[in-house]
Design a protein around this ligand. Structure first.
Ligand SMILES: *Cc1c(COP(=O)(O)O)cnc(C)c1O
Length: 372
């Protein structure tokens, strides 16, 4: 196996789920989003570990992601967060994925395929209370529920919404989330007033798990927290989690260079003194974004060393200083290792992005190695 690998610390993952459980109390189910290959961690292995920990639902973004789980033998309910196109509906039925219904057209089309099986299938109603993505308008919810029932083959198993700014401490954002929660509750009341049962109510992503207890309802859907990143830095202590993914590589080359030596493409960095430069076989094709060039340090033998020069497609260089004790073949942690190793959140901050984009971006070519 190549030197560059993503170590997936399942023991951290399990502790993170325990921390979430501690925070939400005994009642709500946990639905674990394993979309985007479990945020880059490997959907099948993560799903199996989660189900062993008592997670009741899984969620994916595409039908293909759902098929992968089913083909691995997973029989737990799987919610489909994004809308499929009509050609995908036969597989949605075949692999027993539970769609979110946001409109009558999709409802009827899905029902038409379900009818051919002679079975009744669950769906969840998705209400847009302010995210502005998929979901019906709040006032349309009761008539859409009626339409779901009218199909005769669909059963309303749950009702959901999604928050836009649940991970923000700004007073106007907190108010906005509270407004979304109120709109969700009102829609649920109207559904009940028409004599229908809205089923399992769910709304909370990681931000809401940390910040909005009123949004727990019957089920929560925390992704980021489960993978070990606090959605709100200032509240990191309230649900103590640790990164699950550690990106590692190895020192494959060492050389002494005189002061003034330029390193890598574009000659953007010159050695300020005589020093030792190591090469590690990880680059932007692995997901180590080129924009991070010269902006982070790696962790080797208990200390941090700055990455220098441009990150290449498959390799990058690190200045380990004039008196280096680093040896060839030493393990290098790029993110997610023991402190003071940076986390994916630290790298994300350097790039002006979010940790999701870092872990999701770790390429297929990087093998995932699961440790218990
Ligand atoms: C991705 C997603 C989540 C999880 O969000 P986190 O911020 O990772 O907790 C929850 N619900 C829906 C609908 C999503 O798409």
């Amino acid at each position: 196996m190549r030197a560059t690998r993503a170590i997936i610390h399942l023991e951290h993952f399990k502790k993170n789920l325990e921390a979430i459980r501690q925070k939400i109390g005994p009642h709500p189910f946990i639905c674990l989003p394993v979309k985007a290959d479990a945020y880059g961690h490997g959907a099948v292995r993560i799903a199996i570990a989660a189900l062993q920990m008592g997670v009741k639902y899984l969620a994916v973004a595409s039908v293909q992601e759902g098929i992968e789980l089913r083909q691995a033998g997973i029989v737990a309910p799987i919610l489909l967060f994004s809308l499929p196109i009509p050609e995908e509906i036969p597989d949605l039925v075949r692999y027993r994925l539970t769609p979110l219904v946001s409109d009558g057209e999709f409802c009827d089309e899905f029902a038409r395929h379900v009818a051919t099986t002679g079975e009744c299938r669950p769906v969840h109603l998705k209400i847009d209370t302010g995210m502005g993505r998929i979901g019906c308008q709040t006032q349309e919810a009761p008539s859409l529920v009626q339409r779901i029932h009218a199909t005769g083959v669909l059963r309303l198993e749950g009702t959901a919404t999604h928050f836009a700014v649940a991970d923000s401490l700004l007073p106007e954002d907190i108010q906005y989330t509270q407004k979304q929660i109120r709109a969700f509750k009102e829609a649920i009341e109207r559904i009940r007033d028409r004599g229908y049962d809205p089923g399992i109510l769910h709304a909370a992503n990681s931000g809401a798990v940390v910040l909005h207890e009123e949004a727990y309802f019957d089920m929560v859907r925390p992704g980021l927290l489960a993978y070990g990143y606090p959605p709100i830095k200032e509240r990191a202590g309230s649900v103590p989690v640790r990164p699950v993914m550690e990106l590692q590589s190895r020192v494959v080359f060492i050389k002494r260079v005189p002061q003034g030596t330029s390193i890598s493409y574009g000659r953007t960095w010159q050695a300020p003194q005589d020093t030792t430069i190591i090469t590690i076989p990880v680059g932007y094709a692995d997901g180590l974004v080129r924009g991070l060039s010269g902006k982070f340090s790696v962790f080797i033998r208990g200390a941090l060393y700055p990455q220098v020069g441009r990150i290449c497609m498959d390799q990058c260089m690190v200045d380990v200083g004039p008196k280096a004790t680093i040896q060839r073949w030493d393990v290098v942690s790029i993110f997610g290792g023991p402190l003071p190793c940076p986390s994916a959140a630290d790298l994300a901050e350097q790039l002006g992005t979010i940790p999701y984009e870092i872990t999701c971006g770790i390429n297929k070519r990087v093998p995932r190695v699961y440790v218990e």
